[in-house]
Design a protein around this ligand. Structure first.
Ligand code: SF4
Length: 253
């Protein structure tokens, strides 16, 4: 067995997170993402996946030791551990091992995902996840390919699968002015997810330009230029359209 099958590449661990699922959580950010969203706010997630530096890898035992230190906060707040990225499904074996280790210890698990993977892998992973934070960005497939670099067909298939097994989902909608916030896209998402009992909410995540400095640091081009955070009125317009489809909306995480 090689090193990468027993250790994972994690670029950050955030303790006491309160926007990545219910209660107080530890969020573990996995490196690597097969998407290439124009607005990506985590460019550092793509930088060290191919690293051969031992220091960039961590074992399940080391991770569990870190997260168990805060068990008391998870228990008191109804929290747990969230796995985010990048796209955690890229490191599928390590992801499954970690989820299994967490569920064995009765730690609540959340997976923050794009849903982009084969259905076989997705089904294996879903068994160990209590709640999904699931991105839906653009319903039109051509536009989805244009702005994220991949097709949305597997993403939609995997989303459907979660409804068939009645798995809890919080949908996340990145609201990017001029790219995702047109009425047609919002209505298409509303239509796609309405009347699904497993969808507990939709979180509207308004674009913010804060990632610009990360790109500078990484010497990468930031293609969003001087695009501004949408105004409150515009965010409310988007939420009210989703609400027409019977969806509970939240602004932010
Ligand atoms: S899915 Fe997330 S991490 Fe991946 S490119 Fe898009 S914004 Fe960046």
């Amino acid at each position: 067995m090689n090193k990468k099958s027993i250790k994972g590449n994690v670029f950050s661990i955030k303790k006491f997170a309160v926007h990545d699922g219910p209660g107080i959580r530890t969020t573990i950010f996995f490196s690597g993402c097969p998407l290439n969203c124009l607005w990506c706010h985590n460019p550092e997630s793509k930088c060290n996946l191919l690293s051969s530096d031992e220091n960039d890898f961590i074992s399940i035992a080391e991770l569990i030791k870190k997260v168990e230190k805060d068990s008391i906060f998870y228990d008191e707040s109804g929290g747990g551990v969230t796995i985010s990225g990048g796209e955690p499904l890229v490191q599928k074996e390590f992801l499954i091992d970690l989820l299994r280790a967490l569920t064995t210890r009765n730690i609540h698990t959340v997976l923050d995902t794009t849903g982009f993977s084969t259905t076989a892998v997705f089904k294996d992973v879903a068994k160990f996840v209590d709640l999904f934070l699931y991105d839906l960005k653009i319903m039109n497939n051509k536009k989805h390919i244009k702005y994220t670099g991949v097709s949305n067909s597997e993403i939609h298939e995997n989303f459907e699968y979660l409804t068939t097994i009645d798995k809890k989902v919080w949908v996340r909608f990145p609201m990017i002015p001029g790219i995702t916030n047109d009425t047609e896209n919002i209505r298409s998402i509303g239509l796609f997810i309405k009347n699904r009992k497993n969808i507990q909410r939709i979180s509207v995540l308004p674009y913010h330009p804060l990632a610009g400095h990360k790109y500078k640091k990484l010497n990468k081009e930031w293609e969003m230029g001087d695009l501004k955070t949408p105004e409150k009125k515009e965010i409310e317009r988007v939420c009210s359209i989703f609400e027409e489809y019977g969806l509970k909306t939240f602004i932010g995480g």
